[in-house]
Design a protein around this ligand. Structure first.
Ligand SMILES: Cc1cc2nc3c(=O)[nH]c(=O)nc-3n(C[C@H](O)[C@H](O)[C@H](O)COP(=O)(O)OP(=O)(O)OC[C@H]3O[C@@H](n4cnc5c(N)ncnc54)[C@H](O)[C@@H]3O)c2cc1C
Length: 385
């Protein structure tokens, strides 16, 4: 019998697999794709997320971002420059493979190319059914992403979903080089969301994502984003569609007596930016603590839901309110940034892990009026090309 079985080998599953195996637990991770596998993602690791990583990911970093160019309505642009890295650009193929290899290195058994189907109760544990066999486990973890079959089977479905289209766009090196150190965030690209351009080693990640769950013209928005940013200069483009989690910050239920959900399976990505890897790692860390305590007889798995509702969900609630306000009042946001550029320091502090979304209504004016300033030095330039 396994101590823990994990379904899904994204950042959440592989991180938990590594941590538990390192502590000597017998862990099996099941992943339906064969590694290396692609995952639709911008691959932006914010500084706050980078700080959570307790492994050295330097071999996966393709660019380091010091400048964010925001495009607002009415063709207004603002560039935000930071004196410390704000985002690390990774290739998800390499990043996810690296994390899974680290899990295997510490003794986690990995079955890739195997799909989870179902589970049933048996003796003191669960029997997990896959397309290749049946396994017994004491605890089962669903790290199988936003459309988690595990959440469905365990009746633990939580928050809402949005939608995104992402292109891996191969262009001339000169275009990629011109964007090195920078990213573009375009609020004109799509309603209730944004478009992005993230430079990677040999290509650009260009996409549009919206927190609305249905946008009939998303393909046109995506094509326009590509046209505007690469001007027909494409050698190759691979396009991927995927859902985004868009939680509203309501308390949820993320476990039962033998099952825990982590990562996107909880649907707890950041509803302001769509950043999901940070909470994937955070929920993996919290589940690791709870599972260890559970095996030592110090708590039941319900401790996990209590901790997420106490430590993760409240900040999401404020991020959701900020998202509602921002995406419904883009003209006002543009003017605020124009007249009170220091307001961007608040955003920088969150991305850096130096502040949270909690009470943004109080904090935003304090930053705008320079009563509070970011820990990171910033420079704001208006009307950049
Ligand atoms: C277009 C797009 C852009 C994004 N950009 C960013 C970004 O720049 N930065 C950021 O932080 N976040 C971003 N995100 C969010 C981020 O991709 C996710 O939050 C993150 O991947 C969640 O990690 P995870 O490990 O929970 O799940 P995933 O990475 O989704 O991994 C889940 C794994 O489970 C496997 N699986 C699913 N079902 C089964 C099954 N039945 N049996 C076995 N295996 C199964 C899947 O194959 C997959 O490998 C983006 C999302 C999208 C859609």
């Amino acid at each position: 019998m396994y101590d823990v079985m994990i379904i899904g080998g994204g950042p959440a599953g592989s991180t938990l697999g590594r941590k538990l195996s390192k502590e000597g637990y017998k862990v099996l991770l099941i992943e339906k794709h064969v590694f290396p596998r692609y995952k639709a993602c911008g691959g932006g690791i914010t500084r706050r997320c980078y700080k959570l990583l307790d492994v050295d990911i330097s071999e996966c970093i393709e660019d380091v971002t010091y400048e964010i160019i925001f495009r607002f309505p009415n063709d207004k642009t603002t560039a935000l420059q930071t004196d410390k890295p704000i985002i690390y650009q990774v290739d998800r193929v390499k990043f996810d493979k690296y994390l899974i290899d680290m899990a295997a290195y510490y003794g986690c058994e990995i079955h890739d190319g195997e799909t989870f189907y179902d589970f049933y109760e048996h003796d003191k544990g669960l029997v997990v059914v896959t397309d290749k066999g049946e396994y017994e486990t004491r605890v089962l973890v669903g790290a199988d992403g936003i459309n988690s079959n595990m959440a469905h089977k365990a009746s633990l479905i939580n928050g809402k979903k949005g939608i995104a289209l992402e292109g891996e766009v191969y262009v001339d090196n000169s275009l990629i080089d011109g964007l090195k150190g920078k990213v573009v965030v375009d609020f004109n690209a799509i309603k209730y969301g944004y478009g992005w351009v993230f430079p990677k080693g040999d290509r650009l990640s260009i996409g549009v994502g919206t927190f609305l769950n249905k946008v009939s013209d998303i393909k046109e928005m995506f094509s326009k984003m590509i046209e505007e940013n690469v001007d027909g200069n494409i050698k190759d483009c691979k396009i991927y569609g995927h859902q985004l989690s868009f939680p509203d910050g309501s308390n949820g239920t993320f476990n039962n007596d033998k099952i825990i959900l982590i990562g996107d399976a909880t649907r707890l990505a950041d509803p302001f930016t769509g950043e999901g890897i940070y909470n994937a790692l955070l929920t993996a860390d919290i589940s690791f603590d709870v599972i260890k305590k559970h095996f030592n007889g110090k708590c039941g798995l319900d401790e996990y839901t209590l901790r997420l509702n106490r430590e993760v969900v409240p900040d999401i609630r404020w991020a959701y309110r900020l998202a509602q306000f921002t995406y419904n009042n883009m003209d006002f946001i543009e003017k605020s940034v124009r007249y009170f550029p220091n307001v961007l320091s608040y955003f920088v502090d969150i991305m850096m892990g130096d502040n949270t979304y909690m009470n943004f209504k109080l904090k935003v004016p304090m930053y705008a009026l320079r009563i509070m300033s970011s820990k990171t030095k910033i420079k704001v330039e208006k009307n950049v090309p």
